[in-house]
Design a protein around this ligand. Structure first.
Ligand code: ADP
Length: 304
């Protein structure tokens, strides 16, 4: 069946990204809550149609580690994209206190299986691996979203891509600075995975923009500096080695997904129990408490 706007009841806004807003919606015919992403594009109808057709292959991307796709349509110059609603949101907002090794292992395992599924079964390179694109629910499930499936959509979005946190691998930054967009391979996603793990462990992006004079200096640090590492404290040698296998400056030296799945870090994850439900509930509670505190502070400043 095809989804359209008349079937949807709009609920609250879930978040805003670089390209548009994401709202919670109720799909009335099935009584299913969904997340609907609105992407505003100044394109003609033929191009919008091409995007909807290209997105259709997402119906085949059924995997426990990939956010379910329900359908897409366009109205005027906006593409609407309906997907599984993940009630704990994205990892960037849950990681702020840092993520402990056992939980990091669970999340990493899901990310590697999801990326391997995309590559082996869908011939898709994700191209945008980062904590914002990893969604979590209260059942403790971890799933990937926002991967590059529509060439037309990627091309239309590329022009508006800004953002001061780069998860791009060194060879990709270098390639783009030379005007060469073709240097992207699956191992570039492996770099982004390693960087996302460092960010989750520390609770913040490892090349904080405020420590660099400008974006150029920040990108220089990624391309020419030593790759970041997991902290000694709180992380095992296996975890640190796993990240080092991802964050190799030379693309061919990075581990493959099969190698990562067989790595002792993920082997250990399969051997132990991890209370993901408890961790998600606690992280949401801390996120909400922080939000309430900020709100209170803002109100006090306003009244004084
Ligand atoms: P970006 O463009 O930065 O990747 P998105 O537009 O994809 O961001 O999403 C913005 C925010 O909306 C996310 O950070 C997340 O909190 C929320 N969000 C996105 N998709 C979903 C979903 N399927 N379920 C719940 N929340 C979501």
């Amino acid at each position: 069946f095809a989804i359209n706007m008349t079937q949807l009841e709009l609920e609250e806004e879930l978040g805003r990204g670089n390209y548009g807003t994401v709202k919670k919606v109720l799909h009335k015919p099935t009584n299913v809550y969904m997340a609907m992403k609105e992407i505003r594009l100044e394109l003609d109808e033929a191009k919008l149609n091409a995007i909807i057709m290209e997105l259709d292959i997402l119906h085949r991307a059924a995997s426990p580690e990939i956010v379910d796709f329900y359908g897409a349509f366009f109205i005027e110059s906006c593409v609407y994209y309906c997907m599984e609603y993940m009630d704990a949101g994205s990892l960037d907002k849950l990681e702020v206190d840092g993520i402990p090794e056992d939980v990091l292992g669970r999340i990493t395992g899901a990310m590697v299986r999801g990326l391997k599924f995309l590559k082996d079964d869908m011939q898709i390179i994700h191209r945008d691996v980062k904590p914002t694109n990893v969604l979590v629910n209260r059942k403790g499930e971890v799933k990937l979203c926002d991967f590059g499936v529509s060439g037309q959509l990627e091309r239309s979005l590329a022009k508006t891509n800004i953002g001061c946190q780069s998860y791009m691998a060194p060879e990709r930054i270098h390639g783009e600075s030379q005007g060469n967009l073709g240097t992207y391979t699956v191992s570039s996603d492996v770099w982004s995975l390693g960087l996302a793990m460092i960010e989750m462990a520390f609770g913040h992006y490892p090349y904080p923009p405020e420590t660099y004079a400008n974006v150029f200096a920040q990108l220089q640090a990624i391309v020419h500096g030593d790759p970041p590492e997991l902290p000694d404290e709180g992380f095992s040698d296996e975890a640190r080695d796993f990240v080092a296998r991802c964050l190799h400056k030379i693309p061919d030296m990075r581990a493959t997904y099969a190698e990562l799945l067989a790595h002792p870090f993920l082997e250990a994850d399969r051997q132990r129990e991890v209370d993901m439900v408890g961790w998600v509930a606690g992280a949401i509670e801390r996120r909400n408490a922080k939000f309430r505190a900020q709100l209170e502070q803002a109100q006090q400043m306003h009244s004084s």
